[in-house]
Design a protein around this ligand. Structure first.
Ligand code: ADP
Ligand code: MG
Length: 338
């Protein structure tokens, strides 16, 4: 069975690629390439726009290579990964990690601060207790209470000089599932640019990063999925040098007695967060979009939207628990409705 590391195969947002049919004045039109592979427990699809066929191929190779490299560092399903080793040494000793792992954890702590702890990478023990994808169990109240002292992101110790991470309490576990795909999309975009791509999209399920544009088009068109109508979109938007990321309760969940139990947990109650059906965030960086979508899903529509309006270069579409949609002020004129 495919091990789910991050999240759903079906993303909350999807790229709609329209063939570039505009007139291109240069003698050699750019080459558009597209390829998809499974990584990080999800479908990763890369589109590239490059000056030549060889560069198109090389840039897609570079993007996938970067995603695979990060998976080896960050996956909790890979025992030799930095994150697995940090978790295994909890309560014992600091672990030396690579610069990317250090960066993901530092950015995660920053997102935790912004979202009042709604985003919490110390959530690992609760994610395991629920095991929404594999075991689909409902942990008892007592069991969840016993985990509470472990879900403390402020206890995570990062030493930037020694490049170490230390989880001071035995049983603590970090889980970067809520931010890792957005981070990987950022890094893959950089790798593609370095390999010569002039435009591209990296989509790890619903975590998408775009740069440049398709020949003859304005950026890349992306659809935001309806959280309760399979295959339907609530809106589409053109992305240009931006990332978009959706956290939803409709991808990884199970139902028991008419109640939906999904994979985004409220770090206080240690139960599935109940205030939203989906949160889509647009930001310059995928790391920010992905970290914030999860954190805002927990915070809920009012506090979540207030945060988005305070932050520069961050926009959002929030669909609350009753299916009501709110759109941030900077996004209203950019969305197209079906
Ligand atoms: P997706 O992975 O579908 O893009 P998210 O970005 O919201 O959706 O990530 C959900 C994942 O984040 C969960 O599967 C779990 O690993 C982790 N997670 C769950 N609750 C939280 C939380 N409150 N803070 C940080 N990470 C979380
Ligand atoms: Mg997220």
């Amino acid at each position: 069975m495919m091990r789910a590391w991050f999240s759903g195969v079906i993303g909350g947002v999807m790229v709609i690629l329209l063939a570039g049919c505009g007139t291109i004045r240069s003698t050699e039109p750019p080459v558009v390439g597209k390829r998809a592979q499974m990584h990080m427990g999800t479908l990763v699809s890369i589109t590239t726009v490059a000056p030549t066929k060889a560069i198109a191929q090389a840039s897609m190779d570079a993007g996938f290579h970067e995603v695979k490299r990060l998976e080896q560092l960050l996956s909790t399903w890979i025992q030799t990964s930095d994150v697995s080793q940090v978790n295994a040494a909890a309560g014992r000793e600091p672990v030396a990690v690579g610069p990317e792992t250090l960066e993901v954890v530092l950015r995660s702590l920053e997102m935790a601060g912004l979202t009042e702890g709604g985003f919490n990478i110390a959530i690992g023990p609760a994610v395991e207790a629920w095991s929404v994808v594999d075991d689909q169990r409902i942990p008892s109240h007592a069991e969840l209470q016993s985990l509470k002292p472990l879900i403390d992101w402020s206890a995570i110790r990062v030493d930037r000089t020694a490049h170490t991470i230390f989880l001071p309490v035995r049983g603590m576990r970090i889980d970067i599932g809520g931010i890792g795909k957005g981070y990987a999309a950022d890094r893959a975009a950089d790798a593609m640019k370095k390999a010569g791509a002039i435009g591209g999209v990296i989509a790890l399920s619903g975590d998408i990063k775009a740069f440049g544009n398709l020949p003859g088009m304005k950026g890349f068109s992306v659809g935001i999925r309806h959280p309760r109508q399979d295959g339907a979109l609530v809106a589409t938007i053109d992305l240009q040098d931006e990332a978009i990321s959706t956290a939803g309760d409709y991808e990884r969940y199970f139902e028991r007695a008419g109640i939906r139990y999904h994979h985004i947990l409220d770090p206080v109650l240690l139960e599935p967060a109940r205030k939203c059906q989906s949160v889509t965030v647009i930001a310059t960086e995928g790391t920010v979009a992905d970290g914030l979508d999860t954190g805002i899903f927990v915070l809920g529509p009012e506090r979540g939207m207030a945060l988005v309006e305070r932050l520069p270069d961050v926009e959002a579409v929030i669909i609350d628990d009753r299916g009501r949609m709110t759109v941030s002020s900077g996004l209203r004129s950019r969305l197209r409705y079906p």
